[in-house]
Design a protein around this ligand. Structure first.
Ligand code: DAT
Ligand code: MG
Length: 151
């Protein structure tokens, strides 16, 4: 069972899209196991986007992600990392397939609404950046057998 980090970025929060974005992951069958509404500080932003340090868009990226509150969530399920990425759509919203979050709501790369971990390895690192062990909710979802075939 995989877990992955999702951020609803400041543009999506400001545009009132929190509910619609959460719905996309809920209806996909992923299971929410942790969630918080926070404003990221520079230190957390720098750790989260460490891989992009030194790139020309890095200063703007840090300014943007710290510019307003974000919703941080951990979603769990089989192939959760790839499923979240597919539900988000590709980085450039103009290339994102309609039906994806970025393909439905996005126009530019600097306002692309959501973050999702790009590998199982990075997901573990990113989840730990945002959540302590005690912040996960262990719960039984009664619809589980209608979502996961157990294969
Ligand atoms: P993703 O968010 O799809 O994982 P990424 O990890 O390559 O994409 O980049 C992180 C964010 O940085 C991305 O959501 C938008 C911004 N970004 C990436 N490449 C950019 C570029 N060439 N110009 C401006 N912003 C960029
Ligand atoms: Mg990325």
């Amino acid at each position: 069972m995989e877990r992955t980090l999702v951020l609803i970025k400041p543009d999506a929060v400001q545009r009132g899209l929190i509910g619609q974005i959460i719905s996309r992951f809920e209806q996909r069958g992923l299971k929410l196991v942790a969630m918080k509404f926070i404003q990221m500080d520079e230190a957390l932003a720098a750790r989260h986007y460490a891989v992009h340090q030194g790139k020309p868009f890095y200063p703007g990226l840090i300014a943007f992600i710290t510019s307003g509150p974000v919703v941080a969530m951990v979603w769990e399920g089989k192939n959760a990392v790839a499923t979240v990425r597919a539900t988000m759509g590709v980085t450039r919203p103009w290339d994102a397939t309609p039906g994806t979050i970025r393909g439905d709501f996005g126009l530019t790369m600097g306002r692309n609404l959501v973050h999702g971990s790009d590998s199982v390895e990075n997901a573990a690192i990113e989840v730990a950046l945002f959540f302590d062990d005690g912040e996960f909710v262990n719960w039984q979802r009664e619809t589980e057998r209608w979502i996961d075939d157990g294969e």
